[in-house]
Design a protein around this ligand. Structure first.
Ligand SMILES: NC(=O)c1ccc[n+]([C@@H]2O[C@H](COP(=O)([O-])OP(=O)(O)OC[C@H]3O[C@@H](n4cnc5c(N)ncnc54)[C@H](OP(=O)(O)O)[C@@H]3O)[C@@H](O)[C@H]2O)c1
Length: 245
């Protein structure tokens, strides 16, 4: 039997969806027929985002995932919600995250921001028996000596995904995560362009290419779809084989 994913009549919210991985996932959800709202922290990112897609227009709104009040305000008028994708994330490079204030800032966005969004969206998701896709990382599994908060936050996303999946199964909300490998986005480009690090990453990559945001879309669509109806609490690496090496 053919498995056709049709998200017509479904509504998705993608944090960090104005660029990079979030945008790739937002476009894939729209292609599957969902109505998609994307968010970014800055007006500049929203202004730079191409909201018109071949599959319809993405609604774009400003949202800081560290701001509880802003999240509540957004959701007050939001209507139904079927899928939440938590792609908002940040990193402070070159050891800056060893400063406590910066460590806490990164954790507040990457980890607590994900919990804030899940928690705030739970009532709407429960009404629709919805699904959440969190964004973990290869750094969920490997050391991140130059970005310890980033690494800790991404390891914790794997754990949070499991915990919420178990806690909220009774609400019929599934929660899974994707652990992207090296994806060419503005967040990862400094590593890609680093003359020392870039070639080392490529040497280890079995598929011999960096991933693209579009490479993340299919897995996110699958995780939201009825084909994943019995899947919750897992983190799927989508990494060109990087973690298999
Ligand atoms: N690229 C990779 O290789 C890779 C690998 C593994 C995991 N990831 C994860 O993938 C996710 C997306 O990153 P990306 O690579 O696609 O980079 P990106 O294009 O820079 O996307 C990051 C997004 O997060 C938003 N954001 C940052 N702080 C925020 C806040 N306080 N509130 C709301 N939104 C905020 C950014 O908005 P502004 O543009 O307005 O700041 C941007 O839209 C992140 O969680 C990242 O950790 C990336």
């Amino acid at each position: 039997m053919a498995h056709v994913i049709d998200f017509s009549g479904k509504r998705a919210l993608v944090t960090g969806g104005a660029s990079g991985i979030g945008y790739g996932i937002a476009v894939a959800l729209a292609e599957a027929g969902a109505e998609v709202t994307i968010t970014a922290r800055s007006e500049e990112s929203l202004a730079a985002c191409e909201t018109k897609t071949p599959y319809g227009e993405l609604e774009a709104v400003r949202l800081d995932v560290a701001d509880d009040k802003a999240i509540d305000t957004l959701l007050e008028d939001f209507g139904d919600l079927d899928f939440l994708v938590n792609s908002a994330g940040t990193i402070v490079r070159a050891g800056g995250e060893y400063e406590i204030a910066k460590f806490q800032h990164v954790m507040d966005i990457n980890l607590t921001g994900t919990l804030r969004m899940c928690h705030a969206c739970l009532p709407k998701l429960a009404m629709r028996r919805g699904a959440v896709v969190n964004i973990a990382s290869m750094m969920s599994y490997f050391a991140a000596p130059h970005a310890p908060a980033y690494g800790a936050s991404k390891t914790a996303i794997v754990s949070l995904t499991r915990s919420l999946a178990v806690a909220w199964a009774e609400h019929h909300v599934r929660i899974n995560a994707i652990a992207p490998g090296w994806i060419d986005t503005k967040l990862a480009r400094p590593a890609l362009e680093d003359p020392d690090r870039g070639p080392k990453i490529m040497a280890r990559l079995p598929m011999k290419r960096w991933g693209t945001p579009a490479d993340m879309g299919g897995t996110a669509v699958f995780l939201c779809s009825p084909d994943a109806a019995y899947l919750t609490g897992v983190t799927i690496p989508v990494d060109g084989g990087y973690s298999a090496m």
